[in-house]
Design a binder for this molecule. Structure first.
Ligand code: PGA
Ligand code: ZN
Length: 405
C-alpha cells in the first residue's frame, strides 16, 4: 500500500536539474530519478521545465510540485500489485497525449518507483519481477560501449554522434572487460595521433578525437581490432536541414548518404546503424533497410519508444531493431508494452540510457527483465554510465553464481 509520494529536484550528469521521486510503502522507500536527452526525437513525450532564470530555465520545480500535489495525493492507499493500473491512473490525471500537463519527467519518476515498490511487494529483484510478472524470458544484454562521441554530445568531433563497440563474449563480465581494455588502447592511440587534449571526453564518456570524418574514426577502431563489431548512432536528424544532410562538412542528399552507409558497411565491421536518416523519412528508411539487409537498422528518434510509430515502421519495413528509452514514452508500463510489440515483430531491442543521466541503475534491471539483446550506457567510465554496467555485473553474479540471498 502506498503511504506517501514526493519528489525533489536533483542534478544530472550534464549539470542540469532533473527529478527524483520517492514512493513509500509498507516495504520501504523506493527512489528513482529520470534522465534527459540532448538529441531528442521530435515525437518524444514532453518534459516539464520551469523556464525563467533559475537554472537557465531548466529547473523542474513545477514537475516536483506535480508529484507532491497532484500525483501523490491520487496514489495514497493504492495497492502496488498492479503498477499498470497506477500508471493508467496517472496518465488519466495528466489527460494529454504527450504528457505535457504533469510532465513526462514527473510521471516517469513516480512510475519507476512504483515498479520498484511492486517488485519489493513480491520480495523479488526488479529484473525478476519484470520477467516473471510480464512473461519475458530474462537475459543479460550485450553492452554497446560508446567510445567515440561526436554530434550533439561533444564540443567538436565528427557529425555521427556515437561509435559503439559491441563485444561478443558469452558473459557480461567478459564483455565489460573487453570494452574497458579497448577503451584504454584507444586512449593510447588517440594520444599518439592527435595529442593529449584529444582524449577529452564527451557527455557519454567517449573520446572526442580531432578526426576529419567518420571513416577516420572507424579506421582508428580497426587499427585496434578489425573484427570487433561496431554500431554507429548517426542521429541524422541533428544534421538534416530539410533537404540535405551535412555530414562532416559535406552536403549529401538521401541517395548519397545511403551510398556512404553502403561503403562504410563494406569496409568496416559495422553491424548496425542507428538513426541513419531523418526521423520522418520512413520511406527512405525502408529503402535503406532493403539495401542493407544483414545490418541492424535501429530506430531511435524514428520510433521514440512509441507504439503508434513502431506500427508504422513495421508496416513500411523501415527498421529491424529499436532503441528503448523509458523517458521517451514516460512510463514503465508503456515501455513494457513497446518491448512486447518489438518482440512480436522479431525486432532486436537495445535498452538505452540518455546523454544526461543520473546514477539510477533502473535500466540495467529493466533490460534483463524484458530480455533485451543489447544495452547502451555510454563508455565504461563516468559514474552515471558505470552505475548500469556495474549493476549488470551484480545481476550476472546473482543469475549465474546464485550469489544472492
Ligand atoms: P540523447 O542521445 O540521449 O542525447 O538523445 C542518445 C541517443 O541518441 O541514442
Ligand atoms: Zn540515438
Amino acid at each position: 500500500m502506498i503511504k506517501k509520494v514526493f519528489g525533489r529536484e536533483i542534478i544530472d550528469s550534464r549539470g542540469n536539474p532533473t527529478i527524483e521521486a520517492s514512493v513509500i510503502t509498507d516495504k520501504g522507500e523506493f527512489v528513482s530519478s529520470v534522465p534527459s536527452g540532448a538529441s531528442t526525437g521530435a515525437s518524444e513525450m514532453v518534459e516539464l521545465r520551469d523556464g525563467g532564470e533559475r537554472f537557465m530555465g531548466k529547473g523542474v520545480l513545477s514537475a516536483v510540485e506535480n508529484v507532491n500535489n497532484k500525483i501523490g495525493p491520487a496514489l495514497i492507499n493504492q495497492r502496488t500489485d498492479d503498477p499498470f493500473f497506477i500508471d493508467k491512473k496517472i496518465r488519466e490525471l495528466d489527460g494529454t497525449k504527450d504528457k505535457s500537463n504533469l510532465g513526462s519527467n514527473a510521471i516517469l519518476s513516480v512510475s519507476m518507483s512504483v515498479f520498484r515498490a511492486a517488485a519489493a511487494e513480491k520480495n523479488l529483484t526488479l529484473y525478476d519481477y519484470l520477467s516473471k510478472n510480464f512473461s519475458f524470458e530474462k537475459r543479460i544484454p550485450r553492452p554497446c560501449f560508446n567510445i567515440v562521441n561526436g554530434g550533439a554530445h561533444s564540443g567538436g568531433g565528427v557529425s555521427f554522434q556515437e561509435f559503439m563497440i559491441v563485444p561478443q563474449k558469452e558473459k557480461f563480465s567478459k564483455n565489460l572487460q573487453e570494452g574497458v581494455e579497448f577503451y584504454h588502447k584507444l586512449k593510447k592511440i588517440i594520444t599518439e595521433k592527435y595529442g593529449k587534449s584529444s582524449t577529452n571526453i564527451g557527455d557519454e564518456g567517449g573520446f572526442v578525437p580531432n578526426a576529419k570524418d567518420a571513416k577516420e574514426v572507424l579506421t582508428l577502431l580497426h587499427d585496434i581490432n578489425k573484427n570487433l563489431p561496431i554500431i554507429i548512432d548517426v542521429a541524422a536528424s541533428e544534421f538534416y536541414s530539410g533537404e540535405k544532410y551535412t555530414v562532416d562538412g559535406v552536403k549529401k542528399d538521401r541517395d548519397e548518404i545511403i551510398l556512404m552507409y553502403q561503403e562504410i558497411v563494406d569496409s568496416f565491421s559495422v553491424i548496425g546503424i542507428e538513426d541513419p536518416l531523418y526521423e520522418e523519412d520512413f520511406e527512405g528508411w525502408s529503402e535503406l533497410s532493403l539495401r542493407l539487409k544483414d545490418i541492424l537498422i535501429v530506430g531511435d528518434d524514428l520510433l521514440t519508444t512509441n507504439i503508434e510509430r513502431m506500427k508504422r515502421a513495421k508496416k513500411e519495413s523501415s527498421c529491424n531493431a529499436m532503441i528503448l528509452k523509458i523517458n521517451q514514452i514516460g512510463s514503465i508500463s508503456e515501455a513494457i508494452l513497446a518491448a512486447k510489440e518489438a518482440k512480436e515483430y522479431g525486432w532486436k531491442i537495445i535498452v538505452s540510457h540518455r546523454s544526461g543521466e543520473t546514477c539510477d541503475d533502473f535500466i540495467a534491471d529493466f533490460a534483463v527483465g524484458i530480455g533485451s539483446e543489447y544495452i547502451k550506457s555510454g563508455a565504461p567510465v563516468r559514474g552515471e554510465r558505470i552505475a548500469k554496467y556495474n549493476r549488470l555485473l551484480k545481476i550476472e553474479d546473482e543469475i549465474i553464481n546464485k550469489n544472492n540471498n
